[in-house]
Design a protein. Structure first.
Length: 409
């Protein structure tokens, strides 16, 4: 029996605690939304509940563990939507997705692991289409601002020019925030898997890896690995670490939207480092540093050393002060085949990976619950843009501190 509208699984994880507080602030216990928190430690869940004060006295706690299939089955059958923050998803995520798919329960997460998404789609998409479960991966900073930024720009291009942009580039103008141990653990696990798996390396180099197997896309995409000068933005640029997941999500969105961006749609992402020679030096330094990190992460001894001495551990992350002071500003420029140009920006008011991600994840679940009926969007594996569309843009602007704004050139 579905006793709940939403269950937060992994509520005591770093982002899970932020999300729990966000839900209590915006959808308080005892209100119109019936939600609960879940995880493997009853003690930690009780402590989190107590931290919310008397207003959360009636918040239900559910003990469930990915090592215990029966507990996960009980969890997903008792709710309409599951939010999972339990990662790395390649290690702990499948049991939850499998159960949601089997029972027709909607699901969203914040994974940035394309190899795991591909595996889940391959194994469970046909079953999800039958059961009615809507599975939506990557509902955090990767990849909602990029995916919905492109969708927002494309919708406005269609209105203004009566055609979609055939190419869009996203540039990170500014970003302030710290990584958490959970994010680092997911990244390191993906690098570890890829270092010993040739097929996985091939998948990670394919921008269309998450598109359906019958997709018609063949255009070679830009894969920025070195510093470059962007004439459109008039700035030096460097590789952006989130491009690896964002680009693949956006091409999957295009395919799920009926290839409306075009079969030859081009998309790339990078970080802006400045117009002057100092910007060029910054782009070179950032590119070299990113390359050095990836090289060290591939080699087992140096990877072990980084994990033990330098990198944050799971459960660690930015302080509340850092979260509140965090922000991001993403710029998009799109061009149609007829040479018309449109620009927009997407901004967020918290650190991207945690403060803002938690709000995006919460509103994604609310969107599945209240805005998108199963008649409108049936069961299957969706992307944020392809299932939520402008509904999530409106929610994020109203509740979650994001803005989507058209710009003059």
């Amino acid at each position: 029996m579905q006793r709940y509208d939403i269950i937060l699984f992994g509520a005591t994880s770093f982002v899970g605690e932020i999300l729990t507080r966000y839900m209590q602030e915006n959808y308080p216990v005892g209100g119109r939304i019936k939600w609960a928190i879940a995880g493997r430690s009853e003690g930690k869940l009780s402590k989190l509940k107590a931290s919310l004060g008397d207003a959360a006295a009636n918040l239900d706690i559910i003990v469930a563990n990915t090592d215990d299939d029966e507990s996960i089955e009980a969890l997903v059958t008792s709710t309409k939507v599951v939010i999972s923050t339990v990662g790395p998803y390649a290690l702990y995520g499948e049991v939850v997705v499998k159960a949601c798919v089997a029972h027709g329960t909607d699901y969203c997460d914040l994974t940035g692991e394309p190899q795991w998404i591909k595996e889940m789609v391959t194994r469970y998409e046909d079953i999800a289409k039958i059961s009615g479960a809507r599975i939506v991966h990557s509902c955090g900073f990767d990849s909602i601002p990029s995916d919905l930024g492109v969708f927002f720009l494309q919708e406005n291009a269609k209105l203004q020019f009566d055609e979609y942009c055939s190419s869009i580039k996203m540039r990170v103008k500014s970003m302030k925030g710290a990584a958490s141990g959970g994010t680092v653990a997911s990244m390191m696990n993906m690098i570890k898997e890829a270092s010993s798996d040739r097929e996985l390396r091939k998948l990670l180099s394919d921008p269309y890896a998450l598109c359906p197997s019958d997709h018609p896309f063949t255009v070679k995409q830009t894969n920025l690995m070195t510093p470059a000068y962007d004439k459109d933005m008039q700035t030096w640029i460097a590789p952006f670490v989130m491009a690896a997941i964002n680009i693949r999500i956006i091409h999957r969105s295009n395919s799920l939207l009926g290839n409306q961006y075009g079969n030859d749609f081009l998309y790339d992402e990078a970080m802006m480092t400045g117009k002057s020679i100092l910007g060029g030096m910054g782009a070179a330094a950032f590119s070299a540093g990113m390359g050095g990190f990836m090289l060290a992460a591939v080699i087992p001894p140096s990877r072990w050393l980084m994990e033990k001495t330098v990198l944050p551990k799971p459960g660690e992350g930015p302080s509340q002060k850092q979260q509140l002071e965090g922000r991001y500003d993403l710029r998009f420029v799109g061009k149609t085949k007829n040479g018309q140009e449109l620009r927009c920006k997407v901004t967020g008011d918290r650190d991207p990976g945690y403060g803002s991600t938690a709000k995006m994840l919460g509103e994604s679940a609310m969107c599945l619950l209240e805005d998108i009926s199963k008649e409108d969007k049936a069961g299957g594996f969706w992307t944020p843009a392809s299932v939520f569309g402008m509904h999530i843009v409106q929610r994020l602007e109203k509740y979650a501190g994001l803005s989507f704004t058209l710009q003059q050139e």
